[in-house]
Design a protein around this ligand. Structure first.
Ligand code: FAD
Length: 491
């Protein structure tokens, strides 16, 4: 990749236009959080400096762990005055390198992990105000204890934080029914680059008093402000869900089934996840206890995990079994189907889907694309991307899966068996550019969920409309005129 981590000798260098943190600044920041939360020893810093896939490994003189919004504000005010770069970090599960400082060691890392309070819940539990460092799983559990649900669900939810999912506008498994992280937020508290606090924790459904500032910060990947708390929507839990795991002969069948389900079930359709046979094989091979849902005679190249939710009056199980699966099988679109008979079987099918990112690590190097197009273009997207992968690296093994209903495919390509890992990964730029060209031709996006971070900055500059890019740069300059927030990320 053009923006690979430096392999050569380590230098200490500030990002362009910024200064290096001085010993005085480091002492001042340490005094704000207390020495226990100012990490300088390499062993204490290690887990903040390596991303989940090991793709980026950064350096910093200091990881600060503030314990309140006020402390975040004082840290940013000091760094702003000193013109020193700050990298905000949540759960460190981001997949585009946004949360990792550069290898040159000139930036401070600011971890939100100590901001963990549940600040408020309204009497009917329609919304919840929490601090940024709670994990998504903790917020989901809290919502559950109120007999409500928080509708962001992703495989990293045990570690990723509320601030992180909002800063990246994360997607996940609930987008089809409830939208992405952006759609779950009513208000935000944000510390600006110069240390001012924007107290925007509102719970209003309607507020047309000018620009909707919260949506500027959602998805800004720590480049416009640091999110310290959020007021989140909670929703009613579905009374009944019904799941089916479908085997399909080709991608056109997936599209036909999706169209039929949307037509029949409308808003009751809450998930429509696509998986290639290779992706299922990878999980079955590497995840202890995982089993292929079908025996080999029913093996097909594509699978779909579908879920309908509704009240008992809407009879989701009946719809799935007697209308959708029966009708699509009769029309020849479904080759086989598993209809789980228990909660445990349903859980096992979802576990298969959720283990896909993790399991793929065991197949060697993987060149990853997090792309989206309109669902009707998915068959063409995957066909053309497969041709690109085969042309650039004969023997490479596409491992496509994702949220078909959202048009979002994780088009990952595993290295050919026996190929040298580094030689394969050296093809990343070439392969990604060619896959992204296909995406652009189909009117899609080169980052459906994970953001731009450091990894896709070059591709954003290459493919984004110049007017849009100029507007993004104007916003960055207005909100962070000294460029201290997450330097070198996104724009
Ligand atoms: P981090 O990784 O720490 O940071 C991500 C970015 O947000 C960085 O740019 C950082 O600077 C910024 N940031 C973090 N916290 C704040 C804050 N409080 N204020 C301002 N900026 C901040 N993503 C999806 O969208 N959908 C998925 O289905 C999905 N599945 C995943 C599965 C696995 C196994 C893994 C490892 C990752 C997955 N991801 C997925 C990616 C990742 O979990 C999300 O991007 C998540 O939102 C990152 O949250 P985090 O708290 O870990 O943030």
């Amino acid at each position: 990749m053009s923006d690979e981590p430096a392999q050569g000798p380590v230098t200490t260098e500030a990002p362009a236009g910024l200064a290096l943190p001085t010993p005085d600044l480091i002492a001042a920041l340490s005094a704000i959080v207390g020495s226990e939360h100012a990490l300088m020893a390499p062993a204490d810093q290690a887990r903040y400096l390596t991303e989940w896939r090991g793709r980026y490994v950064g350096r910093t003189p200091l990881v600060v762990r503030p314990g309140s919004t006020g402390e975040v504000a004082r840290i940013l005010a000091a760094c702003h005055a000193a013109r020193v770069g700050v990298v905000p970090q949540g759960g460190n599960t981001g997949l585009v390198g946004g949360q990792i400082p550069r290898e040159t060691g000139g930036e401070i890392v600011l971890s939100l992990e100590r901001l963990r309070a549940i600040r408020a819940v309204d009497s009917l539990a329609r919304h919840l105000t929490v601090e940024a460092g709670l994990t998504v799983a903790e917020v989901r559990a809290h919502a559950n204890s109120l007999d409500r649900q928080f509708c962001v669900s992703l495989a990293s939810e045990g570690t990723c934080q509320i601030g992180g999912i909002l800063a990246t506008n994360a997607g996940g498994l609930d987008v089809l029914a409830h939208g992405s992280a952006r759609d779950q937020v009513l208000g935000l508290e944000v510390v600006l680059a110069d240390g001012r606090i924007w107290p925007g924790l509102r719970s209003l459904k309607k507020d047309n008093t000018g620009y909707d500032l919260k949506h500027l910060f959602v998805g800004s990947e720590g480049t416009l402000g640091i999110i310290t708390a959020a007021t989140l929507k909670l929703r009613a839990k579905p009374e009944e869900t019904a799941t089916a795991f479908l085997a399909l002969a080709d991608l056109e069948a997936a599209r036909a089934v999706f169209d039929a389900v949307e037509e029949t079930a409308g808003p009751m359709l809450t998930a429509f996840e696509l998986m290639s046979a290779f992706a299922v094989d990878v999980v079955a091979r590497h995840v202890p206890g995982a089993r292929r849902p079908f025996a080999s005679p029913a093996r097909q190249p594509w699978y779909v995990l579908m879920e309908l939710s509704g009240s008992p009056a809407h009879r989701p199980a009946h719809l799935v079994r007697d209308e959708i699966v029966a009708a699509c099988a009769e029309a020849g679109a479904i080759a086989d189907a598993v209809l789980p008979a228990s909660q445990a079987q349903t859980r096992a099918l979802w576990a298969l889907r959720e283990a896909m990112s993790e399991a793929q690590k065991h197949e060697g190097g993987s060149i990853k694309h997090d792309i989206s197009v309109a669902p009707e273009h998915i068959p063409e997207l995957i066909r053309r991307a497969d041709a690109v992968a085969a042309r650039i690296c004969p023997g490479a093994r596409p491992c496509a899966f994702g949220h078909f209903g959202d048009g979002n495919i994780h088009y990952n390509v595993s290295q050919p068996v026996g190929m040298d890992n580094a030689a394969f990964l050296a093809l990343w730029d070439t392969m990604s550019a060619a896959v992204h060209d296909v995406v652009a031709e189909l009117g899609g996006s080169i980052s459906a969920e994970h953001g731009i971070g450091r990894m896709k900055r070059g591709e954003l500059a290459r493919l984004k409309n110049p007017v849009e890019l100029a507007l993004m740069r104007s916003l960055k300059a207005a909100l962070d005129p000294r460029g201290i927030l997450n330097p070198g990320k996104v724009v």
